[in-house]
Design a protein around this ligand. Sequence first.
Ligand code: ADP
Length: 702
Amino acid sequence: MRWSAYYTAAWCAGVSILALSVFLVWKQRQEGSDIARVSVVNTAEVLATQVESSLDLADALLQSVGRRYRGDARRGSADSAQLAEEVRMEVQSYQPVSRVGMVNSNGQTVFNTALRTPFAQRIDASNLDYFQRARAGEKSLIYTEPLRSDATGEWTLTLARRVESKQGVFLGVVYATIPVRAIGKVFAHVGVGAQGSINMRTAALAQVVRCPELPGANSDIGNRNVSQTIQDLMRSKPGQTLYVYKAVAPIDSVERMYAYQKFDHSPFWMNVGRATADFDTAWRQTAVLLAALTLAMSAFLVWGARRLTRQHRDLEHRLREQSLAKRALHDSEQRFRRLFHDSPVALCVVTEAGVLTDRNRRFNLLFGYSPQELRTIDDWWRLAYPNADYRTEVLQSWNSAVASSVRDNTDIASIEYQVTCRNGGERTILISGLILGDGILATFVDITDRKMLEDGLVKLNAELEARVANRTAELQRSNRELEDFAYIASHDLKEPLRGLHNYASFLQEDYADKLDDAGKNYLERMQRLVERLTALIDGLLAYSRLGSVDLLRDAVAVDSVVDGVCQDLHVFLREHGVVLVRATPLPTIQCNALRVREVFQNLITNAAKYNDKPDKRVEIGCREGPVPVFYVRDNGIGIPAQHHEAIFRIFKRLHEQRKYGGGTGVGLTIVKKIIERHGGHIWLESVPNEGSTFYFTLSENP
Ligand code: ADP
């Protein structure tokens, strides 16, 4: 995915939301902590005040009882039963004081509101701590450490006051007992959270009462089990009336925010603690909520950014395509303009209303009319075809061409017109056109020069044809003359040759005894030469005869022709030890039987002659096809490729005269001529020392 501005924006927004959430959570946590702090401080203060006022009340009662006891003592009334009764009544309205008692100067209990008076036996309190302190002269209110009653098992706090006469004589001690549970009851109604705690401790940090109570030894009243934190705090900052701190309580291992509030004038500390877990939950919930929200928002932002990016990319793509298309359109328009204006063909555009809106350079150059002269199609008809009759003709043919083009949805067919130019000259123009949506694009091809050339060519062609006909006739005549000459010449040459031969024979027969060996030898050689010359002339005669005679054709069974040849050559073939093979049957075709016989005779003779193999073999056959291809194959000496054409020339032999039984070198020339007169042709395939195959056809290819 490509990073885009949208992602950056989404990222920034996400980070902002996260930062805001973190700030809010931090703030809430901070606030939670602050609230907890204020709450513990306030609660500790209120509770301290409340408990202290209860203690003050109890003190007021003690002072009042002390005063009355002193009055009784002054009056000498030793019976304190009445006082005890009064106090018993009063105590009930001095909650949480459970009982008040009076100890005389000897340490004997005078009365105790919890017990009926007079006592059967007076209780001795002389060795109690508060009594001894009071007797020793301590005038202020005496508080005892929490004590456990042996009788009831109840924990109590005792407040005591020295009673003395006006002269300062020690009269005894008045005391009040407050069950710590009763103080704890007050705390039970104060909300400090599920895991909060309220603790009242003495100045020496001994526990007086804890709410809620803890099971087990830790809940023991009188314990000094406080955290190291407060011990350190009190040590490092002595004299403070309030300590606020966070610590893990050693008795239950719960972390709390604590406030230690010193009582105003009593030797107690009020300790209120709120568990961190209690006031910490709100910010945690908010954090979870905000985290979920942030996550959702981030997902939404990413989704949005992704969507926007895709839309943006699509838009960009579309814009790019549009601009490319625009450029392509512009380019193609430019190209078209250039094509139109620089076209070597004259072009003009005519609107449906008949106005010539555009014409290219070639058009102006070709016809020479200025745009002012040629505004409409009517101007064109008038100027280009000044002859009224011709104009009518042109108009008709053009209109019908346009009509059929519209009907068939094709281009307007090219029509040739004689157009008059501005300079008065006439040009032959090929006019065609293309129907555009709102007009016609007319094209004008100047074919004046081509026309002239064509006319010239037609004339030249006719001349050439006449010339060729003349030459052919001449050639045929000269050929005929040549053949006649060859015939006459060879015919006439034979006459003196025959004489020469005769006279040579006479000389041999009649003057043999008069001639020496050399003479005889010369005569023999002369006779051989005469014979050879005769043979050559015969060949020439035969060849020249071929040209003069008309070639008559019949349906000829070539098989029977070859049968005849084989019969004729039977002895010759046997002498040469040749095996003749008729590979395929030969067809019946239109040909001249006599000439075809000559062809086979020549080819078979050559095949037998030019063969030095002990097992000479000549094969005759035909390959069927559109035109039958005859062949004569031998396993003879073969013919090198460079001689494949030369052997068909007259008198051409590849060997010295006497070799391979001699010959005139006319045979193949005659064969070729016969074949060509039939309209066929001859060719060969040969491998020297392996053999040759002569192929030929006897008619033209279909
Ligand atoms: P010739 O009277 O010498 O046989 P041809 O015109 O028949 O005259 O043949 C021309 C020459 O072609 C021959 O002299 C021979 O050298 C060569 N020739 C013709 N036929 C064959 C063949 N079947 N195999 C090899 N050489 C051949």
